[in-house]
Design a protein around this ligand. Sequence first.
Ligand SMILES: Nc1ncnc2c1ncn2[C@@H]1O[C@H](COP(=O)(O)OP(=O)(O)OP(=O)(O)O)[C@@H](O)[C@H]1O
Ligand SMILES: [Mg+2]
Length: 396
Amino acid sequence: MTTTTKSMLVIAPEASVSEAIGKSLSGDKGVRVDTQTSTLAGMNGRAVKALADYDVILFQTSPDDQAELSAIRDLVAHRRSGTKLVALADGNISLTQARALSNAGVDEVLPLPTAAGDVDRQVARLGRQQAGGGTRAGRIIAVAQARGGVGSTTVAVNLADQLAAGAGLRRREARPKVAIVDFDLQFGTIGSFLDLGEQDTLLQLALDGTVPDANFLEQSMVVAENGLSVLAAPSKFAPLDSLRSEQVAAILDTLRETHDYIIVDLPRALVGWIEPIVERADEFLVVTDISVPSIRHCRRLIEFFTQDNPALSVEIVVNHQRRPLFRSRLHREAAKVLDRKLDHWLPHDPRSAAAASDRGKPLSRVAPRSALGKAMTQLARSTRSGHSATAHRSRS
Ligand SMILES: Nc1ncnc2c1ncn2[C@@H]1O[C@H](COP(=O)(O)OP(=O)(O)OP(=O)(O)O)[C@@H](O)[C@H]1O
Ligand SMILES: [Mg+2]
């Protein structure tokens, strides 16, 4: 992998913060770091000028300070290039405060105090995201479940299928290239959801330890309906820890260069190699029901996903329930525990779900007009439009 030179400006009112970050990166020849001891607001427009000179601007800030929020908006309004804006905020920042920063236009929020090793890791990740100018830089959407059997694979498969079919696009617009990866190594069912033959690519990788490249993936992935590329879980048993983080990272980095969307079905267990997925994912969908244990587990998952990036997009998909006209006390309490809206609702529709799994086809083929089929189209549309809004925001 080539290391491109990145330039980074660290703005912090506490010299100790900028110095610590500068020092932790000084050994990395691929990154040039300059520091400024100031608040963002205190830079008085000099930060806007810096937009032209740096790939990443990291600034220590407080989400409750209106002057800081307005300085961030000013920076965002003047952003023309791909300069990434990263806020460093107090580690105890609430999700609501993190969202205020995100709404102001910040790309990422990293919690302070950030240990030196953490900054290295985060910067390496930012570097990866900034690199690859001419490539597709696809969007990685990871699907997690609040309990076994709640419907995460149903969501992952049908979201991928709907995106590949062009949900939310005009008829003449080019269809995106979509890949789906079943990282539920031991219990994965994507292969049977799409009636595909046995595919033991992940098992082969787990056994021989090779790091896959684009050629290998292209040859080993199967193409299903709507041109969807599928990397299925092995049909034979593979020990959960037999995959290495490096391999998982390579799969995602490679697919991101060749596809517009990469949908990942996550394993139930939070194994070590989940870290490269969490680092790379642009968005998490957590599929849940409204029961108290599921909502509690959902909360733990959200905390895990957002621990290094509190502003990461995590959306809740409530399965087996139609969107209610009026929210009950239970719904309001769930939203409160999760500190976010219950964004998406998928009705309980056993007939359509069974028809799809019996025939090994996506809902778009067997029951497109069913309640569940229509809700899946809606989910894909809003995923698309959420993405377009973010992309637009970071370009403008
Ligand atoms: N909205 C729904 N209405 C009715 N049945 C559904 C719905 N969503 C999923 N199902 C059914 O529930 C079962 C479990 O779904 P699925 O395999 O997607 O869950 P999962 O969370 O991936 O489970 P696992 O823990 O095994 O990975 C399947 O038979 C599926 O067809
Ligand atoms: Mg599953």
